[in-house]
Ligand binder design. Structure first.
Ligand SMILES: *[C@@H]1O[C@H](CO)[C@@H](O)[C@H](O)[C@H]1NC(C)=O
Ligand SMILES: *[C@@H]1O[C@H](CO)[C@@H](O)[C@H](O)[C@H]1NC(C)=O
Ligand SMILES: *[C@@H]1O[C@H](CO)[C@@H](O)[C@H](O)[C@H]1NC(C)=O
Ligand SMILES: *[C@@H]1O[C@H](CO)[C@@H](O)[C@H](O)[C@H]1NC(C)=O
Ligand SMILES: *[C@@H]1O[C@H](CO)[C@@H](O)[C@H](O)[C@H]1NC(C)=O
Ligand SMILES: *[C@@H]1O[C@H](CO)[C@@H](O)[C@H](O)[C@H]1NC(C)=O
Length: 154
């Protein structure tokens, strides 16, 4: 009986050590985190001295559009601070594609946040690389939109 327990404990310890070792050598899981702020202006992301004098564009539908005319690879809604976040796997789109042929498109027209602003066209921005963060097993590549510009497409 005692022998059985010792064997059982030994097996458990071996299993535990093995899983720990595996966790240490396991490859990290890559993930993209695209986050940015949208402001209610034709150049939607102006920040002066770290503060933005232009109100945030709240509840705006934001798309990650890749290629031309574009395939939607992710969507988000801006919060009350005008901030959006799109998290996606590199299995959906890789980094070089994100940086070269994807863009952030604010689908909701600017006139929805300020009636004096245009009701046609969309704020659009390219993506830029910000850096990598490791959180546990996640290897997160952070990306942010470049400057937004009102873009009118035929
Ligand atoms: C993505 O970035 C935003 C802003 O830095 C952060 O709040 C959020 O937790 C991040 N998400 C992930 C999955 O890393
Ligand atoms: C968005 O704005 C918040 C403050 O409202 C700021 O903390 C954050 O860094 C900004 N995010 C980006 C990606 O510029
Ligand atoms: C952004 O647009 C406003 C008008 O909406 C203009 O006054 C300002 O100069 C522009 N800023 C930049 C950096 O283009
Ligand atoms: C912003 O920066 C300018 C100089 O670059 C300074 O004169 C002004 O006081 C600053 N404003 C705030 C709110 O910090
Ligand atoms: C709406 O946009 C106009 C023109 O850009 C600007 O003068 C005005 O201050 C804006 N209103 C608000 C509430 O942001
Ligand atoms: C995280 O991913 C980047 C590429 O996106 C890679 O260069 C780096 O080695 C990775 N870090 C870890 C700890 O896996």
């Amino acid at each position: 009986m005692a022998m059985k327990s010792i064997i059982l404990i030994t097996v458990l310890v071996v299993v535990l050590v093995a899983t720990q070792a595996q966790a240490l050598i396991a490859p990290t899981i890559p993930l993209f985190n695209i986050t940015g702020n949208v402001s209610c202006s034709v150049n939607g992301s102006i920040v002066i001295n770290g503060t933005n004098p232009i109100p945030p564009f709240r509840n705006a539908l934001v798309q990650l559009l890749c290629g031309d005319p574009g395939i939607v690879r992710g969507i988000a809604i801006t919060n009350r601070m005008g901030t959006f976040t799109i998290v996606l796997s590199p299995l959906i789109v890789d980094l070089s594609t994100l940086l070269s042929s994807c863009r952030i498109v604010v689908v909701t027209p600017l006139s929805r946040c300020n009636a004096t602003l245009p009701s046609t066209g969309n704020l659009q921005a390219p993506l830029r690389f910000v850096g990598n963060t490791i959180i546990g097993l996640l290897n997160i590549t952070n990306l942010a939109p470049g400057p937004f510009q009102l873009t009118i497409r035929a």
